[in-house]
Design a protein around this ligand. Sequence first.
Ligand SMILES: Nc1ncnc2c1ncn2[C@@H]1O[C@H](COP(=O)(O)OP(=O)(O)OP(=O)(O)O)[C@@H](O)[C@H]1O
Length: 335
Amino acid sequence: MNPVISTDQLTMRFRGCDALLGVDLNILPGTVFALLGENGAGKTTLIRILTGFQKPTSGSASVCDFDPLKQPLEVRRRVGYVSDNPALYDWMTVGQIGWFTASFYPDGFYEAYRESVAKYEIPEDRKIRVLSKGQRAKIALSLALAHDPELLILDEPTSGLDPMVRREFLESMIGRAASGRTVFLSSHQINEVERVADTIGILHNGKLQACEPLNDLKGSMTELTVSLDDPLVELPTLPEPAQTLLEENQGRQRRVLVRHFDPSMIPHIESAEGVTGVRERAMSLEEIFIAHTRKGFFRPADPPEGSHVSSRQSDDPEGGGSQSDSEVLSTGERS
Ligand SMILES: Nc1ncnc2c1ncn2[C@@H]1O[C@H](COP(=O)(O)OP(=O)(O)OP(=O)(O)O)[C@@H](O)[C@H]1O
């Protein structure tokens, strides 16, 4: 099965800003993929490249087996795209914009569009310019979906929609994926995304920090709270496949984020001198996102060599020497 979206070392450098730094992405058909990232992480830039609106500085992209730069029409025929700020012709009516857009697509577009607009209860004779923000979003979605695209790309798809419509719309994405279509959505609404996405990408400062099935991502991350006699106690190296991704002191406790932790490792930690107790808990997607996007987090994709070097011993160039309250204890590529 060919990926619907595939990128290879995609890089985008604007003047004075690296928006994307070597992004490798493969999204298979039938996926609801959610791209999470803070403001300025590079989400819209990536979407603009995938939809052929932006030429990357280097690297390549393939969408539905076409090059968006060289074959933009082939791509747009197969893709429905709603930007975070959809441009609609304000002087047209709701009906006219559907009729106009239908001329670029095969038969059936206008009928499907009208059906969608009727479902949202927006009168066809109303001018676009008088529509509310949410109604405009509904028109943009109706236009993007009317040709039943192989791939639907949505940049912040639910902003402007009321909670009921948001929920209904996002849940309908699961149905699309079940029928073999693919949905790519970029969002800040982590809790919403968690209900519908099956695969998650976390973009931070132009780099893809994580990209994997939601359940794998959630199942692989554990937060440990280790109670200590002394905040300077050094914890033992965890046996493979565990990877310590971040440690920080919180008074006499140390918060440790571990990938591939197994409860059988608890006695190993508890046996260390100065350790008085260990608690473990699973992390929510929001916590995983925050962990991946904070300074000091090490990418799981870059397994630390000779890991577990205490920051007291490390030569972390950004660390600025002693860090009594936030100490990172793995080696690897800095996020
Ligand atoms: N045309 C441009 N010229 C210069 N810099 C740009 C341009 N487009 C984007 N950038 C910069 O690239 C970075 C990534 O921007 P992008 O819009 O992709 O972020 P985003 O993840 O979509 O953010 P948001 O969630 O705020 O929409 C930002 O620092 C932005 O200022």
